[in-house]
Design a protein around this ligand. Sequence first.
Ligand code: C2E
Ligand code: CA
Ligand code: CA
Ligand code: CA
Length: 278
Amino acid sequence: VKSEGRNHVAVYTDDLTAQARQRVLLETRLRSALKLDKLECYYQPQLDVLSGKIIGAEVLLRWHDAKYGFIAPSVFIPIAESCGLIHALGKWVLQRSCQQLRQWLDQGIPPFSLAVNVSAQQFNKDQLLDELKQVLAESAVPAELLELEVTESALMIDEAKVVATMHQIKAMGIRLAIDDFGTGYSSLSYLKRLPLDVLKIDRRFVEHIPQAIDDQQIASAIIALAHTMNFKVLAEGVETAEQLAFLREQGCNYYQGFYFSKPLPAQEFIALLLSQPN
Ligand code: C2E
Ligand code: CA
Ligand code: CA
Ligand code: CA
């Protein structure tokens, strides 16, 4: 038993070492990818449920590593968060996507908004406000065209500070969305104190519509709740016509998902946008 136990420990330790080595390796490669401009912003259309028009896009980071191929954000974002690289990464996404929007506006493309993900750590750090000012000034993108997606978990770190930060961001004219709504535990009184524009219903509540009655009820409750507080609602992960029909019936304002389009490289996104009837 003893030797078996030791063996287990040995195996476990080996595994941990391998995992740690893998992490360090990815961290190193991510750092250099950022430095060498090898990351790319993809754009997923966000649409108005009633008119069917594209109202904007969510910016989603993509990393194609020469050796390992595509590495998912669900893998590299947590690594970036744990080693502090998330600040530089987040700033890069803001800069890159605002520069891109500037180019599109300069080409005469009608204005639309970009929603950029801001991680909890980034959101709770003072330098974010300065970075936002800097990025908007450099790109001359109107603040109303920029929306920040903050996860419900980011709201839990320091409530008083979150409220203050959100009001400062709002005062700059930037729009605010709560991402993955329904997965955290924000109280209604807290939500009411936040100057939000949009609640994004998490994909997991949309996924099993129409089969799952409880998910239908959760989705319609979130929509009603958001409207009571004068927020718009966006449903994410819409994959079927049935899901979209249900959301339309419930009065959901916006949606995104594979049903209309997956996230696309800049050129493909703009081609799709321009191919849409006015
Ligand atoms: P998220 O912010 O909730 O982004 C939505 C995710 O759902 C994206 O995954 C998107 O590709 C995927 N998605 C969109 N429509 C559908 C659909 O109809 N069905 C399914 N099954 N999935 C759909 P992605 O791009 O892999 O990103 C995963 C997460 O990584 C994001 O979740 C976000 O939390 C994080 N992330 C991505 N880019 C950034 C970034 O620039 N900064 C930060 N901080 N986080 C990012
Ligand atoms: Ca998001
Ligand atoms: Ca989300
Ligand atoms: Ca999510």
